[in-house]
Design a protein around this ligand. Structure first.
Ligand SMILES: CCCCCCCCCCCCCC(=O)SCCNC(=O)CCNC(=O)[C@H](O)C(C)(C)COP(=O)(O)OP(=O)(O)OC[C@H]1O[C@@H](n2cnc3c(N)ncnc32)[C@H](O)[C@@H]1OP(=O)(O)O
Ligand SMILES: CNCCCN(C)c1ncc(F)c(N2CC(C(=O)NCc3cnc4ccccn34)C2)n1
Length: 409
């Protein structure tokens, strides 16, 4: 995906004109507006004040006649399976419609049921007649620090409208409804990411990909054989050792949660925007869960001190229209902390264990200190950009990706 395909050029052109585009819905929302860019008289922080709970709209927004709201209980296998299938068939695709995310059911339960989650924030739309799930949007609560302020926010994700119901202005209704339900819990800010340009990104990140199974990636069209490269030369280029190099590199266990929490809080405090994790959060988000998230630490063999940490999550993609393969197994870099072990060596060990677990590709954004290892570990730039947004919270100047310490799923 490193070359800029025609579709990517077209999207980037689209993105560039989006800065001149009208956004009928987004211009009505408390988000940074394009016209405000550069206006340093506007203070950093909440754009609109909270309202009293009695002033929050008590009843759901109107839907088109044939549709009704539903709350999706993600702890119910049946409902989780309905959500899984809606996303499997209708969620994010790449510009050339060759891949579509295939978040697993266990991943969705993990992502949507963290400590203190609100079931009412798992918002669905059903067709009244068939009771089929046709749209979805979610929020989960998170404490996000912005500079010195720790703000309780909703992390919004999994916005999805069935392909047959697109371009009917359903998305703004989904967004307003989840906003209303977040307001009912007395929360007034949100964080979200998207591959599309909207008013107004706090930063724009670049995806990078490290081939682990180059033959499959080339066969399915994810990557292309480099110029003057043969397949066997390419396989050799991406070959990795059979086991990690760092002494004391091991999986994280429950007993490590206090030490990993201390390590992570210290490390994340250097970024302008980052989650404010406590031990409950670390236990949920960073303990290894099969097929969902993997996490490793470095325990000094001499002192038994825990000095470093790395993690990645599992997000397969369906491969659309390839006879030999159905699924692309992708690992996404999550949170990494390098104190004693050089980040380059720590991430190389992450690549080694990801290859051992049969991942085809290891993806990373250029956030935090990731820039320092991407090229040296043979990552190639992807064609996907990820824009980060805050709702009802103004940041004076857009951030550099290296100032961002937040990874959404
Ligand atoms: C205080 C609490 C606040 C909580 C809420 C915080 C905000 C959360 C915001 C959501 C965070 C989501 C995070 C993720 O999940 S990002 C992943 C989004 N999902 C997909 O890309 C899956 C495949 N695509 C679809 O399902 C549909 O195309 C979607 C549902 C995306 C749009 O449906 P459709 O294509 O049928 O369009 P429409 O006619 O209904 O509506 C058109 C309007 O919608 C605006 N639009 C289009 N795409 C997005 C997008 N990704 N974020 C925000 N807005 C988006 C668009 O600019 C236009 O508004 P305006 O340009 O005229 O103004
Ligand atoms: C709202 N949550 C944000 C995270 C969702 N995430 C992971 C995401 N959002 C936009 C992207 F641009 C993106 N990319 C990973 C890179 C990549 O792997 N591109 C090829 C590819 C393989 N499979 C797919 C499926 C969909 C899109 C591109 N795909 C580009 N990732």
């Amino acid at each position: 995906k490193e070359d800029s395909s025609l579709a990517t050029i077209a999207r980037r052109f689209q993105d560039s004109i989006s800065l001149g585009k009208t956004h009928k819905f987004w211009e009505s929302q408390p988000v940074g507006q394009y016209k405000d860019i550069g206006d340093s008289s506007l203070p950093e922080g909440p754009i609109e004040p909270p309202t009293s709970l009695s002033e929050v709209k008590q009843e759901p927004y109107n839907l088109p006649a044939l549709y009704e709201w539903t709350t999706c209980d993600m702890e119910s296998d049946e409902t989780c399976n309905e959500v899984y299938n809606l996303l499997k068939n209708n969620y994010v695709e790449d510009d050339e419609n060759m891949f579509r995310f295939n978040y697993s059911q266990e991943f969705l339960r993990w992502a949507l049921c963290p400590p203190g989650y609100y079931p009412s924030w798992h918002v669905g739309v059903r067709a009244k007649a068939s009771q089929k799930l046709v749209a979805f949007i979610t929020g989960v609560p998170a404490r996000i620090r912005v500079r010195d302020e720790v703000v309780k926010m909703a992390e919004i994700n999994f916005l999805c409208v069935h392909k047959k119901l697109r371009s009917k202005r359903l998305a703004p209704v989904m967004i307003k409804e989840v906003t209303r339900r977040v307001h009912l819990e007395n929360m007034w800010q949100a964080a979200y990411t998207a591959g599309v340009v909207l008013p107004t990104p706090i930063t724009t990140c670049q995806y990078w990909h490290r081939s682990l199974n180059p033959k499959k990636l080339i066969d399915v069209g994810f990557s292309r054989l480099g110029a003057r490269m043969t397949m066997s030369r390419t396989i050799k280029l991406y070959k990795l050792p059979d086991s990690p190099a760092t002494p004391g590199f091991r999986k994280v266990e429950l007993r490590d949660v206090p030490a990993v929490t201390r390590l992570l809080r210290n490390y994340l405090s250097q970024f302008v925007v980052a989650p404010y994790f406590d031990e409950n959060d670390v236990e949920h988000w960073l303990l290894p869960t099969d097929n969902v998230v993997d996490s490793y630490l470095v325990e000094s063999p001499e002192t038994h001190e825990i000095t470093d940490f790395c993690s990645f999550y599992t997000l397969p993609s369906s491969i659309l229209g390839n006879q030999n393969y159905l699924t692309l197994k992708a690992a996404y870099s999550y949170y990494n902390v390098s104190v004693k072990t050089p980040l380059l060596q720590l991430m190389n060990d992450a690549l080694i264990v990801a290859k051992q677990k049969d991942f085809d590709v290891f993806n990373a954004l250029d956030v935090m200190h990731n820039e320092s290892f991407l090229k040296e570990l043979k990552f190639g730039p992807g064609d996907g950009q990820l824009h980060y947004y805050l709702y009802n919270y103004r940041i004076q100047h857009a951030l550099r990706p290296s100032e961002l310490g937040l990874v959404l799923l």
